[in-house]
Design a protein around this ligand. Structure first.
Ligand SMILES: [Zn+2]
Length: 184
């Protein structure tokens, strides 16, 4: 559904969980191939490139394979090992900590996405938009970003609180206009 897609794409400040680029897709943290489900608790925002590269891997597999690459391509198109064994050891010394940090980050983003108040806000605001293609969700994300950021600052108010705030704001604007009205 569109509201679920927007709830995922706007999480983690709209960035890919695996790299600093903007999110474009929903990544299944545990891929289907490893028994992951098509549920919100298994979805995080990712860029196209990370999502494609991760494919059927778990996050630690993807991280070690892609982010800690020690292989390179030669001009002949051959794959060579760029690092000697001792340097490879140094490179991987920090691997468990980096994977640990990634998994913690994924847990935090998952908690953000699945916070009941936040989900309720997205459902209330965007449920009417039904199903939509991924690129439509991206366009819509750009349009509604300021509104989502405001709601985040207000800790995703319930519809009633949101209406009260909107009414108060409208009244305040009306008072300002009244002050500016030269006929008064
Ligand atoms: Zn990425």
């Amino acid at each position: 559904m569109m509201w679920e897609r927007l709830a995922v794409l706007t999480a983690d400040n709209g960035e890919c969980v695996y790299c600093p680029f903007a999110s474009e897709t929903m990544d299944h943290v545990v891929p289907f191939a490893l028994g992951g489900e098509d549920e919100l608790v298994n979805l995080v925002p990712a860029c196209n490139s990370c999502n494609l590269l991760k494919a059927d891997s778990s996050p630690p597999e993807f991280f070690v394979r892609d982010r800690m690459k020690t292989c390179f391509k030669t001009e002949d198109g051959l794959i060579g090992t760029a690092l000697p064994l001792d340097e490879m050891g140094e490179r991987f010394e920090s691997a468990s900590l980096e994977v640990h940090n990634l998994l913690n980050h994924l847990q935090r983003v998952r908690a953000e996405i699945n916070a009941p108040g936040r989900l309720a806000w997205f459902r209330h605001r965007f449920e009417g938009h039904g199903r939509a293609a991924a690129d439509a969700a991206l366009r819509m994300r750009e349009q509604v970003w300021p509104e989502v950021a405001r709601a985040k600052g207000w800790r995703y108010p319930t519809p009633t609180v949101e209406r009260m705030r909107a009414t108060a704001e409208a009244e305040r604007m009306a008072r300002c206009d009244a002050h500016r009205d030269p006929s008064r």
